[in-house]
Design a protein around this ligand. Structure first.
Ligand SMILES: Nc1ncnc2c1ncn2[C@@H]1O[C@H](COP(=O)(O)OP(=O)(O)OP(=O)(O)O)[C@@H](O)[C@H]1O
Ligand SMILES: [Mg+2]
Length: 362
């Protein structure tokens, strides 16, 4: 039986299906519908001033050349613009601290999705979740990757657990509330996963309404939370389709590197198929530039290309590259508690404020 979905385990960064050899200095020719990450000529990329520190990179440095047409969609008429342009080359809005919530739920569900590996999906899930929890939101993180990196990153040894997201999907009668674990961060809960989940990808194929198993399983918990973040695996297979079917929004982390936009057309196609066939309400919440180094022309060029391609869908917030993220993973903590004053922690707090200001989270 052939699947109508792209096959699982499509990690374009590590795929062994060898693409036609490319001369190193030559830009890759993209499919028509996929904007090329690089100029096809040697035309100069608009200059973005050097950000001296990761903090500058996150908070922005002046760029007089940025067109006003790039103002963010929520910015117009609603959010005050700061005096400087941000790292994406657009005027940097001031995102206010979210007002406290008087009551919680129902949750908005957001999938972190990119079939490319190592782009910051798990790091974003943990740290955005922790930042939203700091702002008083009740947050559920869903580990939807059999590698269990999200669970491990929060200090939960999921290999020892009787009930994980696998049982939730595959064993009828399992209540989501039996599977949810509290984390060390107040207001932040986890639906853990381990390697068992890899079997679900195959076993789900024979299920009735196989694409909406996660959506149904999560439903009883939605009223208890303000935001649910799903950490997808680097694949566009049936598990990721389940995540998209269960979601209101998709957040696409993109690493600031040469081939960042490769494969995004396939991801967008998958999102559109899910919108057409399974979940018409699904929205792309935004593209998040990660591992940004404002000192390199390279990072700035990538961000310019991403903004050219996706405009206001690109978050104003970018996440700087810093070793504090892997350090925090080793410590099994979000960066917001591991290095609370670090610019990386502040970047995820800003992303949380931006998400709320855009209306993508409560
Ligand atoms: N902004 C950053 N700066 C430096 N390192 C980072 C940053 N974000 C993530 N990393 C590190 O890069 C590696 C990959 O990040 P992460 O696990 O979040 O990516 P992922 O998209 O979830 O990967 P996978 O597709 O394998 O699940 C990790 O070691 C993480 O600590
Ligand atoms: Mg991951």
């Amino acid at each position: 039986m052939t699947s109508e979905y792209p096959q699982p385990a499509t990690d374009t960064s590590t795929s062994t299906a060898a693409p036609a050899p490319q001369p190193v200095a030559q830009p890759v020719v993209q499919p028509v519908e996929e904007p090329s990450p690089w100029p096809s000529s040697t035309a100069p990329v608009p200059a973005v001033p050097r950000a001296e520190t990761a903090h500058d990179a996150v908070h922005g440095a002046a760029d007089e050349a940025a067109p006003e047409a790039r103002e963010g969609r929520a910015v117009q008429g609603q959010i005050e613009l700061g005096p400087q342009n941000g790292p994406t080359g657009r005027p940097m809005p001031v995102f206010p601290v979210p007002a406290p919530l008087e009551q919680h739920g129902p949750a908005r569900v957001i999938s972190m999705c990119n079939q490319k590996g190592g782009v910051g999906k798990t790091t974003t899930t943990i740290n955005l979740g922790a930042a939203l929890a700091e702002y008083g939101r009740r947050v559920l993180l869903v580990d939807f990757d059999p590698q269990g990196a999200l669970s491990a990153g929060l200090g939960i040894n999921s290999h020892e657990l009787d009930k994980t997201v696998y049982q939730l999907l595959m064993e009828r009668g399992t209540d989501v509330r039996e599977v949810i674990r509290e984390t060390a961060v107040e207001g932040l809960d986890l639906l853990p996963a381990n390697i068992d989940l890899s079997a679900a990808e195959v076993q789900l194929v024979g299920e009735v309404a196989r694409e909406s198993v996660l959506a149904r399983a999560l439903r009883p918990a939605l009223d208890d939370y303000d935001v649910v973040l799903i950490d997808c695996q680097p694949s566009l297979g049936l598990l990721t389709v389940n995540a998209l079917t269960a979601s209101h929004g998709v957040l696409i982390p993109l690493e600031c590197e040469f081939f960042a936009l490769r494969g995004v057309a396939l991801l967008v196609e998958t999102i559109e198929k899910v919108q057409e066939r399974l979940n018409p309400a699904l929205e792309v919440d935004g593209i998040l530039a990660t591992m940004f180094d404002g000192r390199t022309l390279h990072s700035r060029e990538v961000v310019n290309r991403v903004v050219d391609a996706f405009g206001d869908d690109v978050f104003h917030t970018v996440i700087g590259r810093t070793v504090k993220f892997p350090d925090a993973t080793v410590a099994a903590e979000p960066i917001t508690s591991y290095a609370t004053n670090h610019p990386g922690a502040e970047a995820y707090r800003q992303l949380a404020r931006e998400l709320v200001a855009r209306g993508d989270a409560a």
